[in-house]
Write a protein that binds this ligand. Structure first.
Ligand code: ADP
Ligand code: MG
Ligand code: MG
Length: 212
């Protein structure tokens, strides 16, 4: 059971790598409007390194917690940039909660909530600061609410993605208060936050893995 969960976690990280590869140019373009333009490249470096570490751990039978822990370490190490440090910290927090046994919808929702808590503790961004937190918080909340209401993980995850997607699109109307985009506030108006958009791409790619 634990080994199967490790394989699913590895497929999830591989799916994130694939969608980030497809979206990298667009993410760079979004980040160039008010930031430094490296968000696509950073996410590519991080997710590629994470996918390699996950595959290596899964190949020796690791459970989901170990897979995500190695993936988080490599992501933070190789991505560079603010988002890389946050993705690494979030993955490691989720890894500690999910553990190497057989996960349930409840434990997955708790792991995502732990990632949210760690990203906010580490990055100090609140809702409305125009960061990936604006997508991560509604994602975690909707996932917990759906699981608590009895939805299966696949359905709950899909609805959480829809909630995060709407929130990420809505960041276009916000002024950045954190990160590199802050000195160029007014240029960012009308453009969504790149980190919120990449988060939604990643979670939607994972939804397809859970569906299979
Ligand atoms: P950098 O800003 O170091 O070049 P990236 O371009 O990879 O890093 O990532 C930029 C994204 O990081 C932003 O769009 C935002 O979503 C996210 N971000 C920046 N600062 C914070 C923070 N303090 N908390 C949460 N997310 C943040
Ligand atoms: Mg950047
Ligand atoms: Mg940068």
């Amino acid at each position: 059971e634990g080994t199967r969960a490790g394989a699913v976690a590895t497929a999830a990280i591989a799916a994130v790598e694939a969608v980030i590869d497809r979206e990298a140019d667009e993410l760079g373009r979004l980040d160039a409007i008010a930031g430094d333009g490296d968000h696509g490249i950073g996410m590519q470096r991080g997710s590629r390194a994470a996918a390699g570490a996950a595959a290596a751990a899964a190949a020796v039978g690791a459970g989901a917690g170990t897979v995500l822990e190695y993936a988080g370490d490599e992501w933070a190490d190789k991505a560079g940039g603010t988002s890389g440090a946050l993705w690494g910290a979030g993955l490691r927090a989720a890894a500690r909660v999910i553990g190497d046994g057989a996960p349930s919808g409840e434990s997955v929702a708790l792991a995502v909530a732990a990632a949210r808590d760690e990203v906010q503790r580490f990055g100090k961004a609140e809702i409305g600061d125009k960061t990936l937190v604006d997508a991560l918080v509604p994602f975690a909340e909707r996932l917990s609410a759906e699981v608590a209401a009895g939805a299966g993980l696949t359905v709950a995850w899909g609805r959480a993605v829809d909630a995060a997607d709407a929130a990420a699109v809505a960041t276009a109307e916000l002024l950045p208060r954190m990160g590199r985009a802050r000195p160029h506030m007014e240029k960012s108006l009308g453009t969504p936050d790149p980190g919120a958009i990449s988060f939604v791409h990643a979670m939607r790619a994972i939804a397809e893995v859970l569906d299979n």
